[in-house]
Each structure stands twice: as C-alpha cells, then as structure tokens.
Design a protein around this ligand. Structure first.
Ligand code: 13P
Length: 251
C-alpha cells in the first residue's frame, strides 16, 4: 500500500504578492488531486490570501513562527490569537534559521509548542544538528536534548497531534542532502525517544525530513521506513519541482 506522505512547503521570506497569488491557486489544485497530504507555510502577510485560496481545498496551510503571548506590547510580533481568524492549521516552531538568527531556544520552542497546541494548531517542531556537532559525533546527543526539552510537559495526545521535522543544519539550503540512511537513522532515533517516553509506537509519531529535498532525491529519502514526508524550502518555490515531490509514490 502506498505510504501517505506529508509534503509541506516552507516559503521562508520569499515571493511577492503577484507571485504568490497564482502559486496558491496551483497548491490548491495539486493538493486536491494528490494522494499525499500537501501543506504550505507562508509569510504572515499572505496568510489572509492563503485562507481565501486554500480553505476550500485539501491543502493545509499556516505560518513559519508565532509569538507565545496572546497580546501586548511586543512590537513587530504576531500572536497565536491573531492566527485563529485565518483558519491557520500549521505553525513551524523552532526552525534552525530562527534558532540561529533570532535567538530561539529550546525553552521558547517548548513554550510555543504548548501554546500552539492549546489553540488547536499543529506545531511543526524542527530540530537538527550543526556540521560541527556531526563531525564531533555529537549529533545524537544534540537531537536528544532538542527533542526532550521541546516536548517537556506535553502529553502523549499532544505529541501525537504534532509534526516533527529533522532538518540537519548543514543540509539546509546548501544543496548537501543527508543520505537517506543518515536521515532514517536520526529520525528513527528521535521517534524512539518520544515513543519510549510516552509508551507509544514509532507509527504514532509523524516525523519529516528537511534539507535540500528535491525531485531527484525525494523517492530515495521518502521511501525510508520512519520518514513520513518532507519539509521543503528551495524546491517548493518552483511549482514544477514542488509538484513532482508531491506526486512521490512510495510503499
Ligand atoms: P531547503 O529545502 O531549501 O534546504 O530548506 C529546508 C528547510 O529549511 C525547510 O524548512
């Protein structure tokens, strides 16, 4: 039986209004025809448009970050409450670009996961090691601490509602992809940590791979046992490439 994959585009800080209008129309069309689950996380300013164009389609949509506070004097921030009015489903939390450039910590990731879940959103919690950590053989320790701290205080039901994304930092936007075996090894390890903590099964957990995923490597990576889909940066910007990944069919 074909595995149902989650293929979620992270637009990051890309696209003008003129570009994203037809793009979202295509996402709706492709999502309605695909056997896999399709999602897209847009810049905040396009959330209203995503709501109009995708809410009657099978595509899931959402954003790439949020503040954990409900309202107040936080200039330039977007609250979880504001996202409610736009049919938001997905919220990327703790992307490595936010951890590295905007001081997100495991503690803030944990807090945002809790808040996102309380609003009924699906957090897409990102984790992954740096190249230095991998070269020093510390990738498993790093992943373990990110996972343990990120899900601290959550229940089994909470983690079953989440999506996790293993994104090795050295593979993001670099063209260097983790081999399918490297991705499977870490994802199975990370699922094992969560499964053991809650007494649940690996199959109860949804975990994606992200990092230079593209049409030429999608089948190899996505066919691995514990990998449930992909979080796609660069390749989701070109509809033809995104579409080709979305139509991946693996057992
Ligand atoms: P790339 O696919 O561009 O490497 O980005 C991956 C990513 O960061 C998705 O969140």
């Amino acid at each position: 039986m074909a595995k149902k994959l989650y293929l979620i585009g992270n637009l990051k800080m890309n696209m003008t209004r003129q570009e994203i209008e037809p793009y979202l129309d295509s996402v709706a069309e492709v999502a309605n025809n695909a056997n896999n689950v399709v999602g897209v996380c847009v810049p905040f300013v396009y959330l209203c448009m995503a709501n109009k164009k995708l809410s009657n389609s099978k595509a899931l949509y959402g954003v790439q970050n949020m503040n954990s506070k409900e309202s107040g004097a936080y200039t330039g921030e977007i609250s979880p409450k504001m996202l409610q009015d736009f049919g938001t489903k997905l919220v990327i939390i703790g992307h490595s670009e936010r951890r590295q450039m905007y001081n997100e910590t495991d503690a803030s990731v944990n807090e945002k996961n809790k808040v996102a879940l309380s609003y009924g959103y699906t957090p897409i919690m990102c984790f992954g090691e740096t190249i230095d950590e991998r070269e020093q053989g510390r990738e498993f320790d790093r992943v373990r601490s990110q996972i343990e701290l990120g899900i601290d205080g959550l229940t089994a039901e909470d983690v079953k509602r989440m999506i996790f994304a293993y994104e090795p930092i050295w593979a993001i936007g670099t063209g260097k992809t983790a081999t399918s075996d490297q991705a499977q090894e870490i994802i199975s390890f990370a699922k094992g940590i969560i499964a053991e903590k809650y007494g649940i099964k690996n199959e109860d957990i949804v975990m994606l791979y992200g990092g230079s995923l593209k049409p030429s490597n999608a089948t190899d990576i996505l066919s691995k046992k514990d990998i449930d889909g992909g979080l796609i940066g660069g390749a989701c910007l070109k509809m033809e490439d995104f579409k080709s990944i979305i139509y991946t069919n693996v057992e």
